[in-house]
Design a protein around this ligand. Structure first.
Ligand code: PMP
Length: 360
């Protein structure tokens, strides 16, 4: 088996052990004589897969009993609209947002269709290279909730502490969920698209405190109505069964790695050595404030942008792919989610040093 180190922001690498297990079970899941893809979502085999996945996720994140876990479709992007549709019930309301980058902006834009939006703080003046100090946030009196993007996948900016909030905190954790322990009880709602740290694209997780599940906007489709999906164990219609199964394998893999404390230690080490390599060189640079740097997405530039193409071509030849930065920021971006082995980061650093020596 020859695997490359894929630094894509998502869909991203999955643990090789998980893919191997999926391969072994592909044609005949546990003696059932069929693939998980072919199973009825209402049959006992798939229900056992679904229940185990939820139980393992609950264990990983220590999700309290008064929270529901919903396995949905539509990506995190759908949630940008579905959260206001479900939490405001179609009534006029106000939502507070912290604006820390491209994904915050998309969430803000979508919410404007359903509510008044107030930006409590923005780092846009700083080119989204920091997180506004919490004592500067101008919170509204009557917001239905406060939304933040826990990790900005494009800018490489991450919240390293959970802010206090009198109103429910809603967090987009698409690109850093399961990378560290979080105190779920501090949040009203956590959501994440699967294709970075959970499993294949097509599955979206929503973890919601049950008292926030109320009446949705009348125009909300049932499959996106939290109350309906909570009451039907996310099976009001056919769920993304294979993605759910693979997510379950990833959760088991995470537990076998030692859970989220172990993942955090590994992620701190991986990101730390990559930022050290960038900071200790005059050839590479990362613009993000040190206390807001993401452990998952590490953007960096070369001193001479004219060398970008050559850098990328050489990297691909060395088995290090998808390092091109997002088109809106340019340069490079190394996404180093849970499934990126530490050797992948070491190989990238070695390549960067070598490239600098040759071309710097
Ligand atoms: N939020 C964040 C932080 C993301 O990184 C992404 C996708 N890269 C999205 C939302 C949108 O997710 P999806 O493509 O699943 O709709």
């Amino acid at each position: 088996m020859s695997r490359i180190f894929n630094f894509s922001a998502g869909p991203a690498m999955l643990p090789a052990e998980v893919l191997q297990q999926a391969k072994d079970e592909m044609l005949d899941w546990h003696g059932s004589g069929m693939s998980v893809m072919e199973m009825s979502h209402r049959g006992k085999d798939f229900l056992s897969i679904a229940e185990a996945a939820e139980a393992d996720l609950r264990q990983l994140l220590a999700i309290p009993d008064n929270y529901k876990v919903l396995f949905l479709q539509g990506g995190a992007s759908a949630q940008f609209s579905l959260i206001p549709m479900n939490l405001l019930g179609g009534k006029p309301g106000l939502i507070d947002f912290v604006n820390t980058g491209a994904w915050s902006k998309k969430a803000i834009q979508a919410a404007k269709n359903y509510a008044d939006v107030h930006v409590v703080a923005s780092s846009e003046d700083d080119n989204f290279n920091s997180i506004p100090a919490q004592d500067s946030w101008q919170r509204s009196d009557k917001a239905a909730y406060l939304h933040l993007t826990a990790n900005e996948t494009i800018g490489g900016v991450e919240f390293h502490t959970t802010p206090d909030s009198d109103v429910p905190l809603v967090a987009d954790m698409s690109s850093n969920i399961l990378s560290r322990p979080v105190d779920v009880s501090r949040f009203g709602l956590i959501y994440a698209g699967a294709q970075k740290n959970i499993g294949p694209a097509g599955l979206t997780l929503v973890i919601i405190r049950d008292d926030l599940i109320g009446e949705a906007h009348p125009a909300t489709p049932d499959v996106f109505r939290y109350s309906v999906m909570a009451d039907t164990d996310s099976m009001s219609n056919t769920p993304p069964t294979y993605g759910w199964y693979l997510a379950g394998l990833v959760f088991k893999w995470l537990l076998a790695q030692g859970g989220l404390d172990a993942m955090e230690a590994r992620n701190v080490r991986k990101a730390g050595k990559l930022y050290d390599a960038i900071d200790s060189s005059d050839f590479y640079a990362n613009p993000v404030a040190k206390d807001a740097r993401s452990r998952m997405n590490v953007p960096f530039t070369l001193a001479d942008g004219a060398l970008d193409k050559e850098f990328l071509a050489g990297a691909a030849e060395a088995g290090l792919t998808s390092l091109k930065g997002h088109r809106s920021v340019g340069g490079m971006r190394a996404s180093i989610y849970n499934a990126m082995p530490e050797e992948g980061v070491d190989a990238l650093i070695a390549y960067m040093r070598d490239f600098e020596q040759r071309r710097g």
